[in-house]
Unconditional design. Structure first.
Lengths: 687, 170
């Protein structure tokens, strides 16, 4: 078997997989024109391969299409799939993995010629096209619930048309070709000759995926890299789409398509009524595309300006100046820099809507795969948060939704038995809450199964046998590394990674996640995130000759230790009584090995910090005040430094380190009550 | 980092002719390719960072960016000396594995001048024998009647400050 034949068979397999989904999930659709056309394509492809095996398979296809009942069709289909994969596995050479030869790549060499000549135009084309594909995807998902919405169809048709036009103008032939094929189909829908049903929507979604891949590959291809092997799949898809279009165009009068009102396994995500047009689409609003690096530089520079301005403002020469006009102008400068900083910060904020839309697609695809009926409802898509937070929250959200679909939402039969509607519901909401962003993922599934979680945790040695835990404590167990209760490992979840990663990711965004769950009624994950990662409110403290920022969210209280409350171990203060509890006491200067001031604990201030239920009192020389600071990464050079979350540029332009409460506690635990390891010179002097 | 003499640098001529920024540590003169120098700033107050090797002095604010600062004297195990009016921080670009250059401040006694070093001025680093670190010295240049040691800044700081930091803490 040649490589071409093997690729062709792989395409047949892919096509069969798609048709198979429909066979199981949309039995009503079997036998309709699109379905027949799909198998027609399979048959043509098989025939082209030639030989006795191909002939036998063609006969199977005929039997399948002509099957009298759904059961017969199903059986014939299974046999066909088994034969095709056996043929491919048995005799086919292993197809080349990864990078594809030019012929199979989504972007051919010819396609790149004009783009090469003008890289800037190329990157604009890529950015715009990807943007369009994003809006198309969101619109298509809405189309599932209102297939006759002309406005919606226009919203899908237009960007496809733009992509096709731009691709044509830039000579990106393969993109143009695929976009054109889809456009034709959409045109039938627009004109009412065809009502988009699950087949049409699937096809368009698939085209969006392929186009996205092709367009994403343009950059790497221009850089001399390889593209991904999507062209054969595109050819198959174009065949299928053309079949759908042909069916619509054929005389027969009646508009056809799958009846959109029939019960379908995967419900369309019922999107709440949102204004169709985004603010920036309205007349009078214009948006420009700006490189995020330029934006970050701008924000850095504005931060510097604010610092420079405040140094100037605090300068003794100004304080002494009696010129009222100069003082007024300086105050004016101060106001302007303040406004400038707020504006610059707001430029980092983006609505979370696009992330929610990605989840809608995920729910749809996962629901289909798992044979569950799920609808996703989201609200608060307009809630704005820091661009970086939006990027970083996508993965955790995806994990949580997978978790809900895999473990939470039951199969339709089970739901019916429990007296619930067969369609499960996942709710995704975002809102502002007291200076934070709250994101909720809630499902109406079976809820966390406490007994099973506990059993598993004991089995994995995460809790001792016979331990009695509160339901809340048991809920927390699912965030432990390596914990998984999935009976079977599925492609979706159950590999024992996931929820611990979710928690870690959220904590790295300085957020937290809580769970509540009621057996039989569902599970709710609540995430709280800071509005921005760029600014943190902190307590500025002095220790030795250094200043540190302790984030306010980690500070419980600060107090002047009474001599009687401080307990010494081996001559050094090690514990402090704060009301009824005894907390470990650590001199920050000792922990970080910096020059100590030589003050006694009673002359110092204890800052009680908390992280993940642990508390510790940090001895510092004095408090300098509360302030908001701009968080700066220390960069890769210091990624192994623990107890430090970043740097902040303080009012005088110098850097102060921002403490990481969890890291400080880990560091203390590790050094033990005696601080173990190498005592620092300061400690020896102090002891 | 500690390599036997000659395994790296010593005995091979790797420096190329070109422009170099010359600076001094005590009586010795060293040079870096100017292409790797972003700017030169005056000594300023440095914020200490815990758990790093002694030669990493901490971080400074370079116009809104927080960058690490290393002391070259400490790196070469030379006697410590109080910073003076002439002490300078050379902000250099270090190559990193991920391709994004790391900006790092390098504290030197004084910056001398930009040298134009031609091919005929360059010589291999001689073998000094055991105990003398030639790590990071990739050539010697003779000009103006004195010898200047040419540094490969990536090698001097091991290419990755963080890895050094970790091994120093462990």
């Amino acid at each position: 078997m040649t490589e071409d034949q093997s690729r062709s068979l792989a395409e047949v397999e892919a096509l069969l997989a798609r048709l198979g989904c429909d066979l199981v999930l949309v039995p009503e659709a079997s036998g309709d024109a699109a379905w027949r056309a799909g198998f027609g394509t399979v048959r043509t492809r098989l025939e082209a391969l030639g030989g006795p095996t191909a002939a036998r398979l063609c006969a199977r296809v005929d039997a399948l299409v002509g099957a009298a009942s759904a059961e017969d069709a199903r059986a014939a289909f299974d046999a066909l799939v088994a034969d095709v994969s056996a043929w491919r596995d048995g005799t086919a050479p292993v197809p080349a993995q990864g990078s594809a030869p030019d012929g199979a790549s989504g972007i051919g060499d010819d396609d790149l010629e004009m783009l090469r000549a003008d890289p800037e135009l190329a990157s604009m084309f890529v950015a715009e096209a990807l943007d369009h594909l994003g809006t198309i995807e969101a619109s298509i998902l809405k189309l599932e619930s209102s297939p006759r919405d002309a406005q919606l169809l226009n919203d899908i048709f237009r960007p496809f048309h733009t992509i096709k036009g731009n691709a044509g103008a830039l000579g990106v032939g393969r993109v143009q070709q695929l976009a054109h094929t889809v456009e034709t189909l959409l045109d039938h829908c627009r004109s009412g000759r065809l009502t988009p049903g699950p087949h049409e929507i699937d096809a368009v979604l698939k085209a969006v995926d392929l186009l996205t891949t092709m367009i994403q590959d343009i950059g790497p291809r221009l850089g001399g890299g390889e593209g991904r092997d999507v062209w054969p799949a595109s050819l198959v898809l174009m065949d299928a789409i053309q079949a759908l279009s042909a069916a619509a165009a054929s005389p027969g009068g009646e508009p056809r398509g799958t009846d959109p009102h029939q019960e379908r396994p995967t419900q369309a995500p019922a999107l709440p009524e949102e204004p169709r047009r985004r603010a920036e689409d309205q007349p009078g609003h214009h948006a420009v595309r700006v490189d995020t690096r330029k934006l970050d530089t701008l924000i850095d520079m504005v931060g510097e300006l604010v610092v420079a301005q405040s140094i100037l403002y605090g300068h003794p020469a100004w304080q002494a100046a009696l010129d009222e006009r100069a003082a007024r102008q300086l105050a004016q400068l101060r106001r302007i820099t303040g406004d400038l900083q707020r504006t610059a910060m707001s430029m980092r904020m983006v609505p979370i809507r696009s992330t929610f839309q990605k989840m809608a697609r995920l729910v749809r695809d996962l629901g289909k795969q798992a044979g569950k009926q799920v609808e996703l409802v989201f609200s608060g898509g307009e809630t704005e948060l820091d661009r970086k937070v939006v990027e970083e929250i996508t993965d955790p959200l995806m994990h949580m939704i997978r978790n809900s679909l895999d473990h939470g939402i039951e199969r339709p039969e089970e739901r019916m038995r429990a007296g619930k509607p067969p369609t499960g519901r996942v709710e995704l909401t975002a809102s502002h809450e007291a200076g934070n962003i709250a994101i909720t993922v809630a499902d109406d599934g079976r809820g966390l199964q406490l007994a099973r979680i506990l059993e598993k945790a004991v089995e994995r040695g995460l809790v001792p046998e016979g331990a009695s835990l509160t339901p809340q404590e048991i809920h927390q167990l699912i965030f432990k590394p390596g914990f998984s209760t999935a009976v079977e490992v599925t492609a979706i979840s159950g590999r024992g990674v996931g929820m611990d990663v979710v928690r870690r990711n959220i904590e790295s965004l300085r957020g937290r996640v809580d769970i509540s769950s009621t057996p039989g009624e569902g599970t709710r994950f609540q995430i709280k995130l800071p509005l921005t990662l760029a600014i943190v409110e902190g307590l500025l403290v002095a220790a030795g000759d250094q200043r540190y920022v302790v984030p306010t969210f980690a500070v419980r209280e600060s107090l002047r230790p009474a001599p009687g409350d401080v307990h010494h171990v081996q001559g050094a203060p090690r514990m402090i009584r704060v009301r009824d509890s005894l907390l470990p006491l650590v001199r920050l200067s000792d922990l970080f090995g910096i020059g100590a001031s030589g003050l006694s604990p009673a002359e110092m201030t204890a800052v009680v910090i908390e992280d993940d239920g642990r508390r510790l009192a940090l001895l510092v020389d004095r408090l300098l005040g509360k302030q908001e600071v701009v968080v700066k990464s220390l960069g890769s050079a210091f990624r192994h430094v623990r107890g430090v979350a970043g740097g902040a540029i303080l009012g005088d332009g110098l850097v102060g380190l921002i403490l990481d409460a969890g890291g400080v506690m880990d560091l203390t635990d590790e050094r033990g009550p005696e601080y173990g390891g190498r005592p620092s010179p300061q400690r020896r002097a102090a002891a | 980092m500690q390599q036997p003499d000659g395994a790296r640098g010593g005995g091979r001529l790797e420096a190329l002719p070109g422009k170099y920024l010359a600076f001094t540590l005590g009586n010795e003169e060293y040079a870096l390719p100017v292409l790797r120098v972003r700017e030169i700033i005056r000594m300023m107050e440095i914020t200490a960072v815990p758990q790093v090797p002694r030669y990493i002095r901490g971080v400074i604010n370079l116009r809104g960016k927080v960058i690490p600062v290393a002391d070259l004297r400490a790196r070469f195990d030379l006697d410590e000396q109080a910073y003076t009016e002439r002490t300078a921080i050379i902000v250099a670009e270090l190559a990193q594995a991920d391709g994004v250059p790391l900006l790092m401040g390098v504290v030197v006694d004084a910056v001398s001048e930009v040298l134009n070093i031609g091919g005929k001025d360059l010589e291999e680093t001689p073998q000094f024998g055991a105990g003398v670190k030639t790590d990071g010295i990739v050539g010697m240049a003779k000009s103006r009647g004195r010898v200047t040691m040419i540094l490969d800044i990536d090698r001097v700081f091991g290419g990755d400050v963080a890895e050094n930091g970790r091994s120093a803490v462990a």
